[in-house]
Write a protein of this length. Structure first.
Length: 399
């Protein structure tokens, strides 16, 4: 059973703020991915496939490190681990900016991915230990996108035009250092939000909820794969269409404002309409955005398409993660959403680059649409399986 909000020390504003900030830092590279990959491609004269593999290298390190969180997330001080990872992340990013060798750059960016994964794992667990995880996941994702909005608005004109890719990574490190004092609110440890499962309930948990949990985790993976594949190359779509780079950067920042709006909508709505209806609505909007993106021939059409894409992504992601949080009655599985995200994100740039090389941007958009529908189907099946006596005893509302 979850603890009463009054008794749960993880509900303190300072703890939630620290969890949100460390998550935003962990997601910074992801939210800057189109700008990051586009800038490094221009700076190093890389092909679409090569820059896609470079992006996947970051998320390979992200995923491998997040898989270890199952073992250390409850054993070591989150505050010490968080602050100790900051210099590793900063050094790895700076090395990427200074390196000309493609192989060495891929290794360095994988190390950076591992460091940023530590930030994101801690933030996910902090929010997961609160009494209103679905609500605060919406705030968390909104703040992640808000940081991306600010950087996408500022960096193209103020930094990249003058200093290029090296200036971009230095600016990212500066943001990391400036926001790090806010991590002081991190608790040393979290709490185990659920009581132990009794032998009487063991069959239900193992045979029903475990299946539902893995389906939910698969949905997280596929959802992030589909949206990341589009997001990674959305700047290249504008570039190939001949749109001005600075204007495109401003459009991307505007789209992230819509992503913030989507996540804030998820925070306000919480579970007022259950989980199935918001998930289906977000998936429908995503599909419409991909159709519009495939047919956009002007900067106006492009802007409408990616703003709708970002809003639907911001709305759908908190609910997709909340499916796992709702089914996770003993509090051990929600941290696995981070490696699930990492695997989807890791595969997306490389496969997206290959699809573009094979069939152009439309091939990538079709693959993204199929993936969105698959993720929605898995989530709905997971929620259906989640109806069980153990959920009734825990006082949960699955849908």
């Amino acid at each position: 059973m979850k603890k009463s909000p009054r008794l749960n020390q993880m509900n303190r504003p300072g703890v939630i703020l620290a969890g949100v900030v460390i998550s935003a830092l962990g997601a910074m590279v992801y939210n800057l991915l189109p700008l990051f990959l586009g800038t490094v491609q221009d700076s190093r004269s890389l092909s679409d496939s090569s820059v896609g593999i470079l992006g996947s290298g970051f998320f390979a390190g992200f995923t491998l490190t997040s898989l270890t969180a199952w073992f250390w997330i409850r054993r070591y001080s989150w505050r010490i681990v968080g602050f100790g990872t900051i210099p590793i992340a900063a050094a790895a990013l700076l090395s990427v900016g200074l390196t000309e060798s493609y192989l060495l750059m891929t290794i360095e960016i994988a190390i950076a991915g591992g460091a940023f994964s530590v930030f994101y794992s801690i933030g996910t667990k902090v929010i997961g230990d609160t009494s209103q995880a679905a609500r605060w996941y919406g705030l968390k994702i909104a703040c992640e996108a808000a940081l991306g909005v600010a950087l996408l608005l500022i960096l193209p004109g103020a930094v990249i035009q003058r200093w290029g890719f090296s200036g971009l990574v230095v600016a990212m490190v500066a943001v990391l250092v400036m926001l790090s004092p806010l991590l002081a609110g991190l608790p040393a440890q979290g709490i185990k939000v659920e009581g132990p499962v009794t032998k009487e309930d063991e069959f239900v948990v193992v045979r029903t909820l475990r299946v539902a949990l893995w389906l939910g985790l698969a949905a997280v993976l596929i959802y992030l794969f589909s949206t990341t594949m589009i997001w990674a190359f959305i700047e290249r779509i504008a570039h190939d269409a001949g749109f001005d780079a600075v204007v495109t950067g401003h459009v991307l920042s505007l789209s992230l404002i819509l992503a913030v709006g989507g996540s804030m909508a998820a925070m306000v709505l919480s579970k007022r309409y259950g989980l199935s209806l918001p998930l289906a609505f977000a998936a429908l909007l995503l599909l419409v955005s991909l159709v519009l993106l495939g047919e956009s021939g002007s900067i106006t059409g492009y802007t409408m398409a990616i703003c709708l894409f970002s809003f639907s992504f911001g709305l759908g992601l908190p609910y997709t993660v909340s499916v796992v949080a709702d089914l996770d009655i003993d509090g051990r599985f929600v941290v696995l959403t981070v490696p699930a995200m990492g695997i989807g994100i890791m595969l997306a740039p490389a496969l997206g680059g290959m699809l573009i090389g094979y069939g152009g941007h439309n091939a990538m958009l079709v693959a993204g649409a199929v993936s969105v529908l698959t993720a929605l189907s898995l989530d709905l099946l997971a929620l259906r399986l989640g109806w069980s006596p153990i959920n009734s005893q825990a006082g949960k509302t699955i849908d």
